[in-house]
Every structure is written in C-alpha cells, then in structure tokens.
Design a protein around this ligand. Sequence first.
Ligand SMILES: [Zn+2]
Length: 377
Amino acid sequence: MNLSPVPTAPETDSISRFSQEPLPVVYVQGTHREMGYQIGQHRRAAIHAMLATYRRHFDNEGERLRINSWREATLHARKYLPFAEESVPQYVEELQGMAEGAGMDFNDLLVLNCMEALTEDALHRGCTSLAVAPEVTADGTLLVGHNEDWLPDDFETVYLVHARPANEPAYLAITYGGLLPNIGFNARGIAQCCDSVYPNDARIGVPRIFVSRAVLAARTLDEAIRAALNRRRAAGYNHLIVHASGEMYNVEVSAADFQVIYGDEGLLVHTNHYTARRMRAVERSSEDLIASRVRYNRTLRLLRSHAGRLDNQSIQTILADHVNFPRSTCNHVEISDNPLDRQQTIASLIMDLASNTLHVAWGTPCRASYHSYRLEA
Ligand SMILES: [Zn+2]
C-alpha cells in the first residue's frame, strides 16, 4: 500500500488564514543602505503594522514576554547592537536604511530584529524544512521545501525580497514586516531554511536574524556554514543549508555549540527540536517539542516512501499533510490557545535551484495556491 499524505483538514477551520493571491515582491538593488531604504519605502505599511502588533503584545502580555515596556525592550536590544556592528555591519546598515525608508526610529526596528532574544523565545515558532537531492527526485531536480509557521498576526506583513546587492550575490527570500530576510536562495546556488530551536545557553551577542541574513550572502557551502556559526552569536537556529549540486546539511546551532549533519540519504528534514545527541544536552523545554518530533518523523517517512518519485507536486502534498492536526506539518490555529501561542503556516515555499525558481503559497498550503517567482541575477 502506498503511504499518502493526509490532504484534508479533519475539521472545519474558519480561523487559519490563507490567500489565493501571490505574495507581494519588493525588487531592490544597490548598497545595503540603499536596499534597506527601498524595502522601507515599499513595505512601509507592513513594517508599521508589525511594530504596532508587537507594541501591543508588550503592553498586554509583558509578564509573559519577560519585558514590561517598549522602552525596556529598546534598552535591552541596544546591548546586542555592538555585536552586530562588529561582525555584520552591512546588515545593521540595511536596517538603518529600512528605518529611514519607512520613516521610523531605528531602535524600533532593532527591537523587532532582536525579538527572539528579548523574549527568551517566549513566542514559539514552528516551521518544517526539507530537502531532496537529485538522486531521489523524479526528474533529477533538487528541491527544498519549507513551511513558515508563525503568529497569525503577521499574516498580512509577509512578502518576498528580490535583491541585487552591489557586492553580494543576488537573492530571493521571504520575510515579515521589518525583519531582515533569511529564508531563500541566492545566485550562487546556496539555499537556506531556518527552524527555531530552543538552546539553554543564549547570551548577549549577534542576534539570530543577523547571523542567518549573512548566510544568504554566501558564495560557497563552506562560507554559508561558517556564517551560521558566527563566533559572537547570541543563540542559534537550525540552518538547513543546501547547494545546487545536491549537497545538503542541517547545521544545528546554539550559542556555544553546534553540530553539522550531512544529508547522506539524499533526504533531509528539520523541525524545531535538536536531532543531534550532543545538542539535546543544551535543549530546554524538550517536553514542549513533542509536536515537532511528530512532524519530523511524519515528514521523513513520507519523503522516504516517495523516494524516486518526488517532485514539486508531491512535496506540495507532503507540506499540506494533516497528521497531528492542528499542530501538523500544514499548521493550523488551535482555537483554544492564548493569542500569543497561536500559530499557523503563514507561507509554504518550494525552491527549485536548477531553475532559480521559488514557488510560494500564502497561508495554509492545504487551501492556498502556489505561485512561482524567478531570481533574475
Ligand atoms: Zn492545512
């Protein structure tokens, strides 16, 4: 019997959001400051909307978020700034340009980009990432898939950036509001997906978003992995890093440790728990990550059962799987959850590095249609 993804949500869900429209794209080029300015101008409304949402969360849920006022958040975020300025000053300039373009205070954008550190990961983010090498796909095409799961509040603020930096490879990536982009691929054939993980050794340092932004600028696998391991990093993600040749890695990172896992089966999956034994020693709240383990096992099993037949269509159906609904790979809002615990798939991505194409569905992929975008280097 063929193992098939579970395509339909087992109950009516009128809350999780989706759209049949294509995601907006911002085309930028130039120096980092110029690109930031162009993003700020084009996405001004989304950036201000995101700021208003998080100000409201700090006002209403300060205790839960461990920060009691926006001013306190700003003071705390400023401690991270010197580390970013020392190691990735070009991305600080991007944010400065974005603040100017959007007509807002740089400190407000800094807070948004340090949110995971400031709240000590009180806002849990899901995400499922996968990669399949040419030897296991139907037509020898390398594919990378990612479900981006986050607060439904940010559904309206998500967009794509098509960038041609003056001194770095062109890239196509997804981001929200005023955040630096980090999930996408570049003209050198490097792709990255980021999955939240929950290390217990976080420290003041270069915030995760700045670290992962730098991976998008890598020209080789070695540069990409070293960028993810920035020695002044504040914490860590899992970085699923793939090269167009079919070389695939999960790089599981905490502030002080890391493990590099090679995709030697031609298949890689990652969700939100550490898979390397050594990294489990620094994982906190492991008991909260059971749904992550269920998604991981389910996705890997589906990929294995389709090995040799995998294509864009089968990856779409695997990303729309509903086992363990609503905390399934296609993630839906749990209605009984506190608003800050709600999450859903905000965007579902498939990257085809051979054709420099990104297919994206806006919202839960069981209902939203994929649209295609090409990186023109
Ligand atoms: Zn769904």
